[in-house]
Design a protein around this ligand. Structure first.
Ligand SMILES: *[C@@H]1O[C@H](CO)[C@@H](O)[C@H](O)[C@H]1NC(C)=O
Length: 326
């Protein structure tokens, strides 16, 4: 029994290795392509692309096409967050969602390696620099001893209920129902992904619905500082996925392994000159003919520094029921 499970696992790792080797190079990017933890949307009124990212109190970049040329416009939360925590002038890991007339921009307030964290939200009707109103904390917050670290939020509408999925290290990925105007929590959080091994390096979750499944994407491994301390090969950032027929789980990987017990099927890992892809999201882009996986990575021909992270994207194919970058 154990032996055959071992072989099944070994075969599946070989096939996931093949799919990651076959993954194509990132789609083109011109203009301002240095980015960390991107979040992507197109403005309903004119189709313009807006890309939000970590740094400069959430950097706003715009483009008329996914491939660019991208132009950095400035900061979203120009005055910093009203959340009274250290890090409220250094906001991370945005998520952008349109609900009704507003674009909601979720952001994280924290400091590196600390659980003194909260997820805040700002809103705007145009997304332009200077148009954002900070609404402060969503109520998703953590402190030393909490089950999770309240950063890296992502919102999804499932049926008529909004859910925020969030978390980084500690108990990894949690999910909480949100109010119908999704600026505040409206329930208790549950764990949806957890890897008990090593340092529990799971973060940057993003939930995407493609009938009949909810797909929970997350970044596993070491995110940053590749220029000063490179992790063991394979321990660097990579994009994993799990799926469930219910938004609240249980989520399993392609081998059927529970994602609260270390499961996760690799979607995109280091390959060729692409290293440490992660910080991902999914955008259903009509100009590309389907769901686009977007992320950051470093190009090993350019450099490994955090400031050298680049905007990457690939159209996803779903023919196996699991997302594969093309
Ligand atoms: C879980 O963590 C271990 C130790 O860091 C790692 O080797 C393994 O690949 C992780 N699992 C997934 C699905 O990333």
């Amino acid at each position: 029994m154990l032996f055959s499970t071992f072989f099944a696992t070994a075969l599946l790792s070989v096939s996931s290795l093949i799919s990651s080797v076959a993954a194509q190079t990132p789609g083109a990017c011109s203009g301002d392509c240095n980015v960390h933890d991107p979040a992507l949307i197109r403005r309903t009124s004119d189709g313009k692309y807006f890309r939000f990212s970590t740094g400069n109190k959430i950097t706003i970049a715009t483009s008329s096409a996914l491939a660019g040329p991208w132009t950095n416009q400035g900061s979203a939360i120009t005055g910093g967050s009203s959340i009274a925590l250290t890090g409220n002038d250094d906001l991370w890991a945005p998520d952008i969602q349109k609900v009704g007339d507003y674009y909601y921009l979720y952001y994280s307030v924290s400091t590196f390696g600390s659980q003194a964290s909260a997820i805040g939200v700002a809103r705007s009707t145009t997304m332009e620099v200077g148009s954002w109103t900070d609404l402060g904390s969503t109520g998703i917050a953590s402190s030393s001893g909490s089950a999770y670290n309240a950063i890296d939020s992502n919102l999804i509408l499932a049926g008529s209920t909004y859910y925020a999925t969030f978390g980084s290290f500690w108990g990894d990925i949690y999910q909480v129902p949100m109010a119908s105007t999704p600026t505040k929590t409206a329930g208790t959080s549950i764990q949806v992904a957890y890897n008990s091994s090593g340092s529990h390096a799971v973060e940057g979750s993003f939930t995407y619905y493609r009938s009949p499944y909810y797909y929970l994407f997350f970044s596993s491994g070491t995110c940053c500082g590749f220029d000063t301390s490179r992790p063991a090969q394979g321990a660097e950032y990579r994009i994993n996925v799990c799926r469930s027929s219910s938004v609240t789980g249980p989520y399993v990987d392609a081998t059927g392994k529970s994602c609260t017990a270390g499961g996760g099927t690799t979607v995109l890992a280091s390959h060729d000159n692409v290293y440490g892809p992660g910080g991902q999201g999914i955008y259903p882009d009509t100009t590309q003919g389907g769901a686009v996986l977007y992320y950051h990575y470093v190009n090993t021909n350019i450099g490994y520094g955090d400031g050298q992270k680049l905007f990457g994207w690939n159209l996803l194919s779903w023919s196996t029921g699991w997302p594969v970058p093309t």
